[in-house]
Design a protein around this ligand. Structure first.
Ligand SMILES: [Mn+2]
Length: 483
């Protein structure tokens, strides 16, 4: 997301550059030339110019989807700058109060003349959670913009890449939802249809219609949106679209009126989950199921580089989706090796007080562990699973629960963060640590003791009075980094 920040205070600039950088592409507009030069040399993206002039923003390529932050230091009124920004076409505008005592009064004053402008204070922005909040409110503003733009169209095409995969189809369904349309007025289309058997299974089970599109039928649509792909993919056939939502690296050479491209996200469905949440649209069970399946498959069941936003979207969709349907879609994924791992867990594991724990011993591949943990969560009477296994000298554990009890991520962090990597969310978490560190901390002399010890830990964790998920500043910061 592109962000233009109009700031004159070096400290504020450096701070904003630090806190906004992971999620936003920030560029500063600075009046003082020596300061601009110094910042430029320090690697900060900066333009020197008079912020009270419209052409400064025209030159900075300010568009309706660029977020603008204007510093208000309480001395000179930001009114002139606001006018210049508005004249240059800025619509997502925030005024950031820096050390202004009467920020509420200031916000009221500005609100009268600039009703669409939001007022924030620096201390709010720095408090981690608010950067998330800020991100949400920006997403909301952007979604509302494209929703409006699509309202009066008779027929909308939601274009997918060739041989659409789960993420493409789920994103298509989700966008149709955001646009409040049906399959008659928002058509999912592709130049080449679905061929892979596992994707066809999804098409059949969820009754998804992907219409064939050709260069000539493209003209029959009033608006074209693209999800999980960008126009360059079609080799010059489509060089102008109304909306692009994608998680692949941004490409050039096409025009899009609106776009939301987040290359650090694991799936396009993750971006669309945020869109749906931002504008409070009801997500149907079918759409949630498709999206959950898409996130799982695009992140290779969280084995590919996992982003916290993907886990967040996953936890949000989980209770809305039909788990049985997902298992049916995954059907063919039961391999003999996985079955072996499940059998081992069945022999060696134990179910006690609705908690299933198993230590698989040495295993060939780490991905058997989450698979087995997911598998046993389906078993009648199971509410928690903790499955561990050994790959070389590394002990890996996957923790799952049905999503409405205590926090799996908190359990992982509490018991394993000091001896390895541990983290996750309410319903799913993971810990990876050297086996020797685990043996030393939990006084394990024989591997037979591992499974009962896991049971003890879960029991101890569940016995404690419910706690709020208290997170440290460092974790909030970590979340920012992965946004
Ligand atoms: Mn994708």
């Amino acid at each position: 997301m592109r962000c233009l920040a109009v700031c004159q205070d070096e400290l504020v600039i450096r701070m904003l550059d630090e806190i906004l950088l992971p999620g936003f592409e920030v560029e500063f507009v600075v009046e003082n030339r020596p300061l601009a030069r110094r910042l430029h040399e320090a690697g900060v993206r900066v333009t020197a110019g008079d912020p009270r002039r419209t052409d400064t923003f025209v030159k900075a390529d300010l568009g309706p989807s660029t977020c603008v932050i204007i510093e208000d230091n309480g001395r000179r009124s930001p009114r002139k700058v606001l006018e210049a920004v508005t004249d240059a076409g800025g619509t997502l505008v925030y005024v950031l109060g820096i050390g202004t005592e009467a920020s509420e009064k200031r916000a009221d004053e500005l609100h009268t003349d600039f009703p669409d402008v939001s007022y924030l204070s620096l201390s709010e922005l720095c408090g981690g959670a608010l950067v998330t909040e800020f991100g949400r409110s920006l997403t909301k503003a952007r979604v509302q913009q494209y929703q409006r733009y699509f309202t009066d169209a008779d027929r909308v095409l939601i274009m997918l890449h060739n041989d659409p995969d789960p993420d493409a189809m789920a994103s298509g369904l989700a966008l149709r939802n955001v646009l409040h349309r049906t399959k008659a007025t928002a058509i999912l289309g592709a130049m080449q249809g679905v061929t892979r058997p596992e994707n066809q299974r999804m098409v059949n089970l969820l009754d998804i219609h992907v219409e064939p599109v050709t260069a000539s039928t493209l003209r029959e649509f009033d608006r074209i949106a693209m999800v999980d792909v960008q126009p360059h993919y079609f080799g010059g056939l489509i060089d102008r679209v109304d909306l692009v939502i994608d998680h692949h690296p941004e490409q050039t050479g096409y025009t899009a009126i609106f776009k939301d491209i987040r290359a650090d996200y694991g799936s396009t469905s993750t971006i669309l989950t945020e869109h749906l949440r931002a504008v409070d649209v009801n997500i149907s069970e079918r759409t949630a199921t498709a999206m959950l399946y898409a996130i799982k498959s695009d992140t290779l069941f969280f084995n590919r580089q996992t982003n916290r936003v993907d886990l967040d979207a996953f936890s949000y969709l989980y209770p809305l989706a039909d788990a049985t349907m997902i298992r049916k879609m995954e059907g063919a994924e039961i391999t003999e090796e996985r079955l072996d791992a499940v059998m081992t867990a069945h022999h060696k594991g134990r179910l006690e007080d609705q908690v299933f724990c198993a230590f698989l011993g040495p295993i060939a591949r780490e991905d058997f562990i989450p698979y087995v943990a997911d598998f046993f969560l389906q078993l009648e009477g199971v509410r928690w699973t903790v499955v561990a296994g050994l790959v070389d000298s590394t002990l890996s554990a996957s923790i799952r629960n049905l999503g409405y009890t205590k926090n799996a991520g908190e359990l992982a962090r509490r018991y394993f963060a000091d001896i390895g990597n541990a983290g996750g969310h309410r319903a799913m978490a993971k810990a990876v640590m050297p086996i020797n560190a685990f043996r030393a901390k939990y006084h394990i002399s024989d591997t037979e003791e591992i499974m009962p010890r896991l049971h003890d830990l879960v029991a101890q964790f569940l016995r404690e009075a419910p706690t709020r998920d208290v997170r440290t500043k460092a974790e909030d910061k970590e979340e920012l980094k992965t946004r």
